[in-house]
Design a protein around this ligand. Structure first.
Ligand code: HIF
Length: 283
């Protein structure tokens, strides 16, 4: 059942109205809202059904102080006036909706944003979100816990075409593509078509990250490089670089599933609730 009501549409309109923000990063807050939505959902564990966006537990310690979430207080603050204006919407739904609205004009997202009110709001432990310094094994462990395959992992990773890294948040620096406000398959093309070398930090002992030989304007995290270093991942990078439509389709499905991880919601008008969604349960 879809609950896209006029009230939701009003919230969507209000989110859309704040996306453009001259002076902030590249003039658009959409990327940091996408990151908020996914970090909120990405704590889900299919093992015990804990974590996920229900309850918007990132408002509370220790999740609020998880270094992986650095800077997301800024994203939450952007949305606070909308929460004040529409107090009926849960924070979890607002953050999810904001991520979807940000992406929607680029990708036809399959995930419908219609989760119910918070049911399970135990704050998940830190350490469930990915560490950009690690490798393919780590990505499989983190995203496997959420029920994602290699193909899903590579499809999701295309979201790094958007936005940028900030030294004062993650320690990393720079944009992945020359068009950080456009959703496209450029991340894959850049990975394959450019030569990537470790960045030399002049003035401080920065983290390991990669830059493109040439204009040196772009960056990749070690986890992004893992997509071409791992032969299984690389097959999908090649497929998505060659075919943007396939990427959009796969991304829509995978990102929609990501945002719904652990969400319980009314399945029909009588209010029947089903169990946690997402990763397979005890199969
Ligand atoms: Fe990100 N991600 N992400 N990410 N991410 C950052 C920024 C964004 C990882 C690390 C980082 C996904 C997966 C992973 C976005 C969206 C998604 C930053 C920089 C880091 C370090 C934060 C900062 O300094 O501001 C890792 C290790 C991931 C596992 C592969 C998702 C698939 C790609 C799930 C996803 O959708 C977005 C958007 C941003 C940009 C935020 C911004 O403020 O511009």
């Amino acid at each position: 059942m879809s609950i896209v009501t006029p009230a939701y549409i009003q919230v969507e309109d209000d989110i859309r109205a704040i996306l453009r923000k001259p002076g902030y990063d590249n003039g658009n807050i959409g990327p940091v809202l996408v990151r908020l939505a996914w970090h909120s959902a990405g704590t889900f564990s299919g093992l015990d059904g804990s974590g996920g966006s229900n309850g918007a537990t990132m408002r509370f310690a220790p999740e609020s102080t998880d270094p992986a979430n650095a800077g997301l207080d800024i994203a939450r603050a952007f949305l606070e006036p909308i929460k004040q204006k529409h107090p009926w919407i849960s924070y979890a739904d607002l953050w999810t909706l904001a991520g979807v609205v940000s992406l929607r004009h680029w990708a036809d997202l399959a995930g419908q944003v219609e989760s119910g009110c918070p049911v399970r709001s135990r704050v998940p432990p830190n350490g469930r979100l990915p560490d950009a310094a690690l490798d393919a094994t780590h990505l499989r462990a983190i995203f496997g816990r959420m029920g994602f395959t290699d193909r899903d992992i590579v499809a999701l990773s295309g979201a790094h075409a958007l936005g940028m890294c900030h030294t004062d948040r993650s320690g990393y620096d720079g944009v992945w593509t020359h068009y950080p406000n456009q959703f496209s398959n450029l991340l894959y093309k850049n990975l394959l078509e450019m030569t990537w070398v470790k960045r030399d930090w002049d003035d401080w002992d920065g983290p390991e990250q990669y830059m493109n030989v040439g204009d040196e304007q772009l960056m990749m995290l070690p986890t992004d490089m893992a997509l071409i270093w791992d032969p299984e991942f690389k097959k999908y990078v090649e497929e998505y670089a060659a075919n943007q439509d396939v990427f959009f389709k796969d991304f829509s499905c995978a990102f929609g599933r990501l945002l719904e991880l652990g969400v319980t919601r009314d399945e029909n008008i009588e209010g029947h609730e089903e169990g946690p969604r997402g990763a397979p349960q005890n199969e």
